[in-house]
Structure formats: C-alpha cells, structure tokens
Design a binder for this molecule. Structure first.
Ligand code: PLP
Length: 423
C-alpha cells in the first residue's frame, strides 16, 4: 500500500461507497484514459492532495506547484480560510436560482466594483468561468449601439476562451479552424502595434463595437502590452464610440501584484475601461467568473432576459471569492506578489545557464524564455525534479504559482534552472 492510499480522496462518509480510494498514478491514468474524453491528452500525473504551494500525486510524490492550476490557486491548496468559508456557505445556503439573490453574491459584486474603481452606475454579471465571462462580454458588445456595429477587434496571440463567441476572438488557428464558421466580424491586429491600431479605426471606426485586449497576454507567453498602448486604445475607442473590453481572466485578481493589471501605471496609465472580465484567481480554485461593466451605458447593454446562467452568482462561489479576496488583503499578498515576482525574475535571469534567455512578466505571472525550442523537455525534467511549470510556447516556460509562495520555494526552482541541460 502506498502512502497515497491514506489520503482523503473519498466522500469522507464511511457509509457511502466510493470509487476514489487507493490506486497508483499508473492505475488512475489508465482509468482516466478509458473514462475521460481525450481533449487534454494524457495527464502528466494524478494528484490527490495539496497544501500551500505543494501538491502530492497518487504515488505519494511531492511537487512544488509553480503553475497554480494555471493562475488559479491564488491562496495555494487547502487554505483553511477558503475551506472554512466554502464549507460554511454550503452548510447554510448552497444554491439559489437567479430568481433570488444572496448576501454573498451582492457583497461580492460590491467588492469587485470597489477594487476595480468602477464609477457610479457600474454593475457586475456573474459567470462560472473566464470563457463565460468573455462570452457575456461578446454579447454585451453586440448590444452596444443597438447592434449597429459589426466589427470586433482583438490582438494576434489573444486567448479569450473556447465557446463560439470567445473562440471567435481567440487568435490561434488550431483552436479556431475546426469550428468555423464562427461568429463574424472579428479582426486581429498585430500585438502592441500602435500604427495598426490607429489604422483599424481610421476607416469605418464607427462600425467597431469593441476592442478586446488582455493587458498581459497569458497563453501567448506572458506578453505585456507596451506602455502607452492601452491609453491609445482608450482614446481611439472613445473617439469612435466603441467599447474597450479588458480580459483580466488570467492577469486579474492580484496575479500581477495589483488587483488588475490595467491598474499598473506602466500598463494602464489610468485608463478606465468599459468592461473587465475576471475568473481564474477570483475564487481561489472554486469555479467563478465575472464581468464588470463600467458605467451606466455598459451596464445597461445587456437587459432583462438577454443573458443568464443557472450557476452564476452561486452563493458558495461568491463566498469563495470573498474569502480569497479577504485573505489577499489581510495577508498583504498584493505587495508580496510584487516583491517576490521582482526578486524571482531577477534571480531566474541570472542563473548563468545559457539555455535561459530573457525573463519577463508582472508579479507572479512570469515567462522564462529559453534560447532553444525545448520548453516541453525542460518542463518534463522539472516535473521529474518535483516542479510543476508550463511550456506555453516551444521556447517559453510559464510560471503562475500561488501568491503564498515563499522566497525559499521560488529559489529552489532557480537552482533547478541553473543546472538543467538542454536535452
Ligand atoms: N481569457 C484568458 C486571458 C485566459 O487566460 C483564459 C484561460 O486560460 C480564458 C479567458 C478562459 O478562461 P476559462 O478557462 O476559465 O474558461
């Protein structure tokens, strides 16, 4: 019997039969491949529990989670405050339909409006994921100017999700092409190119419904919009009556060391967007997303009956988000993310390993650019050595760890990177 057989992965109720006890990584992987659709490929490991920045697999091996469920586990794993908040809410009121409201839902909406600095008249729509928040944003922008604006602008490298509307705004051909025809009207502009942005508005600017931007592109390899770009985007959208939608699904909720990436002076320069979408870190691991509509016009674009979702605004999800935000604030994690991120980027860039090129990013959303297209090989070696990282492009390793990561833990990956060979 392995150590993993002793961990609690069942129901916790001895009277209930469960199919989740015991099993090695190999056994679970075999069961996975026969039961779960093959959209993600074979799992790298089967994980059974976590604590802080650590996770353990079904064979009892421990890993430092430097990916955080892809920028999700803001507080790490099994955080006691988050666990208690979710349990308490579930034991009090677990779900109500959107014919009703709950105090947690209302409080979360108010909290999101406050941290976003949203003006009077702003409103929140709740979803269950980033994709759904963006899908709501697509629908909202279709209703802007009563649907008389067919053009939607997005950037090359953009990732906004996989539902049909969000997918239409996602740039990667391999994601899009098998599902065409997608909703029409989307144009992709070269990343960070201010001339191309001006040109896109120079002709038929009044036909643009919205410009969708990630202040820091995540999936494309952690690329921050160049200084001034967002300010220009705001000016051009305003002049042409178009909406500015910021997808902060990956970069929001403290990931970059501020609640939202657009709030960094060197990224946003004080812009006030029309819409911001969030998810991932919002619930600290509990599925929840949100669309924040800034000001009365954006908030009124989706009227009664024009959008909805059964689970959006679920009291448990809202309690999870409130607890996550509460811990981030109470424990000073925004400052920690900024300080640790800055130290870590400098340390990662000075390993002396010729395989390591530039290191970029904001806060704890970091890319290590390799000098050869071996990111997948390095990530596999890292896993063997007990580190979870993500090769998001052939040359890029992405790091998006829990905000509770310590300097010592971060440093252990620097030591690994210093010695990793290219093959
Ligand atoms: N938008 C951005 C910027 C993302 O990074 C992602 C996911 O990686 C999404 C949207 C989609 O979010 P979800 O996977 O929660 O649907």
């Amino acid at each position: 019997m392995t150590a993993a057989r002793h961990v609690a992965v069942g129901t916790g109720d001895d009277a209930l039969p469960t199919a989740t006890e015991g099993g090695s990584v190999a056994e679970w992987t075999d069961r996975y491949t026969h039961a779960v659709m093959d959209t993600f490929g074979p799992p790298q490991r089967v994980l059974v529990r976590g604590e802080g920045a650590w996770v353990w697999d079904a064979d009892g091996r421990r890993y430092l989670d430097l990916l955080g469920g892809i920028a999700v586990n803001a507080l790490g794993h099994a955080h006691p405050t988050l666990t208690a908040a979710i349990s308490a809410q579930l034991g009090t009121l677990g779900h109500v339909s959107n014919f009703f409201a709950s105090p947690t839902q209302v409080a979360l909406a108010e909290r999101l409006l406050a941290i976003a600095g949203a003006p009077a008249g702003s409103r929140v729509f709740f979803s269950n994921s980033g994709t759904e928040a963006n899908e709501a944003a697509v629908k909202l922008t279709r209703r802007h100017s009563a649907g008389s604006r067919p053009r939607l602008l997005a950037l090359e490298g953009a990732f906004h999700g996989r539902s049909m509307g969000a997918l239409a705004l996602t740039h990667k051909a391999a994601y899009r092409e098998p599902f065409e025809p997608l909703p029409p009207g989307v144009e992709f502009l070269p990343f960070g190119d201010t001339d191309a942005l001006e040109a896109a508005f120079a002709t038929d600017g009044e036909k643009v419904a919205a410009l969708f931007l990630e202040p820091v592109q995540g999936e494309a390899g952690v690329r921050t919009l160049p200084p001034g770009y967002l300010a220009l985007a705001r000016r051009l959208t305003e002049q042409n009556g178009a909406l500015l939608v910021l997808d902060e699904v990956q970069s929001g909720m403290g990931r970059t060391g501020r609640w939202f990436a657009f709030q960094h002076p060197h990224i946003g320069g004080g812009v006030v967007p029309d819409v911001v979408t969030v998810a991932k870190g919002l619930g600290g691991g509990f599925p929840v997303g949100a669309l924040i509509a800034f000001g009365e016009h954006a908030a009124a674009c989706l009227g009664r009956g024009q959008h909805g979702t059964t689970f959006g605004g679920n009291p448990v999800a809202a309690a999870a988000a409130l607890a996550t935000m509460g811990v981030i604030e109470r424990d000073g994690l925004l400052a920690h993310v900024r300080e640790l991120g800055e130290w870590w980027r400098a340390a990662l860039a000075s390993t002396g390993n010729p395989l390591v090129g530039t290191v970029r990013g904001e806060g704890l959303l970091i890319a290590v650019e390799l000098t050869a297209p071996v990111a997948a090989v390095v990530a596999a070696r890292a896993l063997e050595a007990g580190f979870i990282v993500n090769p998001c492009t052939p040359t890029t390793l992405r790091l998006a760890p829990p905000y509770v990561l310590t300097r010592e833990q971060a440093g252990s990956f620097v030591d690994f990177l210093a010695g990793v060979p290219a093959t």
